[in-house]
Design a binder for this molecule. Structure first.
Ligand SMILES: *[C@@H]1O[C@H](CO)[C@@H](O)[C@H](O)[C@H]1NC(C)=O
Ligand SMILES: *[C@@H]1O[C@H](CO)[C@@H](O)[C@H](O)[C@H]1NC(C)=O
Ligand SMILES: *[C@@H]1O[C@H](CO)[C@@H](O)[C@H](O)[C@H]1NC(C)=O
Ligand SMILES: *[C@@H]1O[C@H](CO)[C@@H](O)[C@H](O)[C@H]1NC(C)=O
Ligand SMILES: *[C@@H]1O[C@H](CO)[C@@H](O)[C@H](O)[C@H]1NC(C)=O
Length: 804
């Protein structure tokens, strides 16, 4: 039990400082908050530590997207960094505007609701005579004999700070999600047997929790504490002896970095650092962020497994480890239960098998199987077939014949049957099992649900292998010249990325090394050149580094704002910005590397992607644009939607790149647009040529042109220079109005067998290319039309003037 002496005896003061430096280190020598002090939700200045680095007070509760600031909760946060990262909170007590926190004359710290009701009181026993927000981030209540009788450090929420000691019997609970501070599904427990354990919690009975990581320091007569020392290391101490190091990576010097450790909403316990620099005073005005230095466990996907519950991700989903972050993905044929919280799992896009007549599961012809390589839903299988005659096809057959079977896992001569719900899903390189997921064959009008054809990748591959050396060379060349191509791409997910994980700030030198001196050029755009590189940190991953052309030297603030805005976007159909560098003239952006290059290369290249694949790409782009226009906190107009700016990951999932550079782009685009004739640079909406205002509808126009290109696999630029002497948009409308749509997909058998979808897509595209921006539908509407939720009305002629 810590003890504090404030007596006016110099000897005692000195010994107190030595012994209890955690409290009054950093020169704080008084208990600043006297009885009678109070704070309301309207107060703009919280109770801050003498150094100003921590503050105690009310924080607004972020209510979903509405962002209303009418509810507040008590918290302690880092007050000198822009993120104002919360390290302690009483989020369970949300209070409305007008509520008050008071250190009463009776010696209690009381939180009053707006109606004056007592909501929370500390301490439960004893009377305090004053309180202090200490430089360590600890808020303490002190009694008449200078003892601390309540400390926020002793009631941790999800975060530990240097100097904080976690005693046996203390639990830290992860949040629901990055922005919802309510207790979530995971806890870190410093147990009274001396063991430090991470648990997955199953509400409502906390007892039935599953451990997924432990220090294994069970002792017979333990006196164990979890220590976060000032150098940034976490370790376990039994009595005076260090018995186990929890972290070993260097956290950077405490003079330069803030440190904290937190059990995050995804269940990973991470040690973070953050540069201390005072940004307002920093001439370069750089933003910096928390970087995870160490993650425990390193691969949550494989760590969590149990007969209870769904595993690291929700039911029916599977988990992929991406640089220490678990990503929860839905198999084909399934979609997220709650798109805001992937931990809630996936639901089938079809009726659950009921084994009753009329069910699709009883009609063998309606059944098909989706394959996921290197994927398993272990445990909970209800039947196993094994033997030398069991191959993949017989395995499918076992499942097809069993109406309760949801999926089978196949591994050489083994076939496990799985029922709903699927749990503990995981996918990692080297897993020899293949999941075969049973779904009904679909022939809905939902273009976005039509299955991608898995043979596409194989086709590209076999072309490379099978054709002549010369063709191979050409292909290779195309691929090399083509834009950013690359690597294992994480396929999904958004929701785990969080602004608090934030962007990494790189030095120019680091990026120079990462790219081997900017050697391998991936592409060149209006604003800069893109180079391939490898991250300096472990684990290594490929990155695309975009060096912006010399930008205005005084555009720093703009650059910062834009980088911030880009960094806050998280969507599976957007390329993720990993970090940036801003050193004088050197402005660089660091993106994830996309292994399959740009849509332009794919679409106008040697091998045309399959029709179903192309429809998937349209749907993905639409979802990404909808997010930019309607779902992210500040609306982003892309301004440069074109196939060169759509990149494809290894699953050919489209990802929009180059967004958020609007300020840079607006000037450039207007110039480019005004110097080009309509139809040649086909993606520009007509309003670029007038002095009309630029709205999100310019992106809709560009999308429309691009959809037409995706339908006919023809570049609008090349088209306009061809013999038709007509803009692609006018030609498409002609084909549509004269009911000659098959001309658009002339030599594409797959598309010709699906003219209904072709027509629907063309109609949506024609709505997008309307000359009058106000007639063009919103992205939400477009997505609904693509998904078959909304009918597509007959589109009018795009322009009153175009030829017919
Ligand atoms: C946080 O999540 C809980 C449980 O899902 C929910 O009841 C609560 O409304 C959420 N709070 C906010 C602020 O979204
Ligand atoms: C202050 O707290 C300590 C420890 O809880 C207790 O022993 C002491 O009597 C308290 N002093 C007063 C004046 O209440
Ligand atoms: C913990 O790490 C320190 C230095 O990194 C080392 O000296 C010490 O032996 C380690 N302690 C244990 C118990 O492994
Ligand atoms: C799965 O693995 C097999 C064999 O390695 C391969 O032929 C097949 O193309 C893979 N399927 C997918 C969807 O990647
Ligand atoms: C879907 O397919 C089934 C069986 O092949 C057929 O009976 C049904 O008419 C089809 N529905 C549509 C909308 O094409």
């Amino acid at each position: 039990m810590a003890f504090l002496s404030l007596q006016f005896n110099s000897f005692l003061i000195i010994s107190a400082i030595l012994l209890f430096s955690a409290f009054f280190a950093a020169g704080q020598s008084e208990c600043a908050l006297k009885l009678g002090f109070s704070l309301t939700t309207e107060d703009t200045s919280p109770w801050s530590s003498p150094s100003g680095e921590f503050a105690f007070g009310f924080r607004p509760l972020q209510r979903s997207s509405s962002g209303s600031k009418d509810h507040f909760f008590l918290a302690i946060w880092f007050n000198k960094i822009p993120e104002k990262t919360i390290v302690w909170s009483k989020n369970e007590f949300s209070v409305s505007r007008g509520s008050k926190l008071e250190l009463t004359n009776k010696g209690k710290l009381i939180l009053h609701g707006s109606q004056g009701i007592e909501i929370w009181t500390a301490p439960s026993n004893g009377r305090s005579t004053c309180a202090a927000m200490l430089n360590s981030g600890n808020f303490v209540l002190i009694n008449g004999s200078s003892n601390s009788i309540w400390e926020s450090f002793k009631e941790p929420t999800d975060t530990i700070l240097p100097d904080q000691i976690i005693s046996m019997g203390t639990n830290l609970y992860a949040r629901q999600s990055e922005t919802n501070y309510t207790e979530g599904k995971f806890k870190l427990s410093m147990q009274s047997d001396g063991n430090l354990v991470l648990y997955r919690i199953f509400w409502p009975t906390e007892d039935s929790s599953d451990a997924y990581w432990a220090s294994n320091t069970v002792l017979s007569n333990p006196d164990v504490q979890l220590i976060f020392d000032t150098a940034g290391y976490l370790y376990l101490k039994d009595g005076k002896e260090n018995i186990q190091n929890i972290t070993e990576k260097d956290m950077g010097s405490p003079q330069e970095f803030y440190h904290m450790a937190r059990i995050d909403s995804d269940g990973v316990f991470r040690a973070y650092n953050h540069p201390r620099k005072n940004h307002a005073a920093d001439a370069k005005g750089c933003t910096s962020a928390w970087s995870a230095i160490q993650s425990i466990p390193e691969d949550l996907c494989q760590a969590i497994i149990g007969y209870l519950g769904s595993g690291a991700c929700g039911y029916n989903s599977y988990c992929v480890n991406s640089n220490g972050k678990p990503q929860c993905l839905c198999p084909e044929g399934y979609s997220p239960v709650d798109s805001l919280n992937v931990l809630k799992g996936c639901k089938p896009n079809f009726q659950l098998p009921s084994c009753q007549q009329n069910g699709w599961e009883l009609n063998m012809e309606f059944i098909e199987f989706k394959e996921l390589n290197e994927t398993d839903w272990p445990l909970n299988d209800y039947d196993l077939r094994t033997g030398s005659r069991v191959d993949k096809d017989t395995c499918k057959e076992f499942c097809r014949q069993d109406c309760f079977c949801a999926a089978v896992i196949y591994d050489k001569n083994y076939c496990w049957k799985k029922k709903f719900p699927l749990s503990n899903g995981r996918q990692y390189a080297g897993l020899t099992r293949t999941a075969l997921i049973k779904v009904p064959k679909s022939n809905t009008t939902d273009l976005c649900l039509k299955r991608k054809d898995q043979s596409t990748l194989v086709l590209v591959g076999s072309l490379l292998l099978g054709s002549s050396v010369f063709l191979n060379f050409l292909l290779l060349l195309t691929i090399l010249i083509g834009f950013f191509f690359i690597y294992h791409k994480k396929m999904l997910n958004v929701q785990f990325d969080s602004t608090t994980f934030g962007l990494r700030r790189y030095t120019y030198k680091e990026l120079e090394e990462a790219t081997g001196g900017f050697k391998q050029q991936l592409g060149r755009g209006a604003f800069g050149t893109v180079y391939k590189g490898v991250t300096p940190s472990i684990p290594k991953r490929y990155i695309a580094v975009k060096m912006l052309n010399k930008v205005e030297p005084d555009g720093e603030k703009e650059f910062k704002t834009e980088v911030n805005a880009i960094g806050q976007t998280h969507h599976k159909n957007l390329v993720t910005l990993l970090g940036y560098c801003d050193e004088g003239e050197n402005r660089l952006l660091v993106y994830e590397y996309m292994s399959n290059g740009s849509l332009a290369t794919l679409l106008f290249g040697v091998s045309r992607p399959h029709w179903n694949q192309r429809m998937q790409i349209v749907c993905g782009i639409a979802r990404g644009l909808m997010y930019l226009h309607e779902e992210c906190s500040t609306q982003i107009i892309h301004c440069d939607v074109k196939p060169e700016n759509i990149l494809l990951d290894e699953f050919l999932m489209p990802k929009i790149s180059d967004f958020g550079l609007a300020k840079l782009l607006l000037a450039e685009q207007s110039r480019a647009a005004r110097t080009n004739i309509r139809g040649t640079v086909g993606y520009f909406a007509p309003e670029w040529f007038r002095k009309a205002s630029i709205t999100v509808k310019v992106d809709i126009y560009s999308l429309g042109v691009m959809v037409l290109e995706i339908i006919c696999c023809k570049s609008s630029v090349v088209f306009a220079m061809g013999e038709e002497e007509e803009a692609l948009v006018d030609w498409a409308y002609d084909c549509y109005s004269k009911k000659k749509l098959n001309k658009m997909v002339e030599d594409d058998e797959e598309a010709r067998n699906d003219m209904k979808s072709v027509e629907r897509l063309v109609m949506v595209a024609i709505w997008c290319i309307q000359e009058d921006p106000s007639i063009r539908p919103s992205m939400r509407r477009i997505t609904q039309m693509l998904e078959g939720v909304a009918e597509v009305p007959i589109p009018p002629r795009p322009s009153a003037f175009s030829s017919s």
